[in-house]
Design a protein around this ligand. Sequence first.
Ligand code: SAH
Length: 218
Amino acid sequence: MRQYEDSWQHKGLRKKLIDQLREKGITDEAVLEAMNNIPRHYFLDSAFDKIAYEDRAFPIAEGQTISQPYTVAYQTQLLRVKKSDKVLEIGTGSVYQATVLAELGARVFTIERQKKLYDLQKNYYFKSKYPNIRFFFGDGFEGLPAFAPFDRIIITAAAPVIPPKLLEQLKPGGLMVIPLDHGGLQRMLRLTKQEDGTATEEAFDLFSFVPMLTGKNR
Ligand code: SAH
């Protein structure tokens, strides 16, 4: 059985990571505080214990990754989450990003297409601390029509297109943060849905994500 301990060493390394994120340009103190409150090493295999607070992506199961802390902070900052916002996340992965959103007070609906990763939520360490996360096994391109509309949508895999069904499931005035394929990398975009159903687009930096794939994988 895995032991979970948030030691003073972990806390110290985490604090340093948060300072690095600030130096790299993250300014939203609520996001930084949320990340400072969450032991990232709990979301990784214990073999990564000593390096969990480096600003790097790491492998999780099924050839997937836990996003780099800078990327998590960057996307979360762009998402401008308010308490009680309904947020749809595509790509549960390690559950780290979902936990950051939950710590900010959002009602999180997260979808994962890999059954093995989806099943990790059974042992999700913070289940009782964050009852505001709901887990779904499915294809993110379909979204969750039964729970729409959402105030915010965040995609944490490289999207080949802006998924039309996700735009439909966003509230007018709502925001979607999406890394959209752009010459081998992904351009981070923030879409704002208009009353007429179209979206305006703001473009930010380039990132590198694992691909957003169609269908489920049992
Ligand atoms: N948010 C995650 C990042 C995981 S990497 C974290 O904090 O750890 C991206 C994840 O998106 C992978 O787990 C991958 O399986 C998943 N994914 C890719 N395409 C998807 C799709 N169409 N629907 C749902 N999840 C998808």
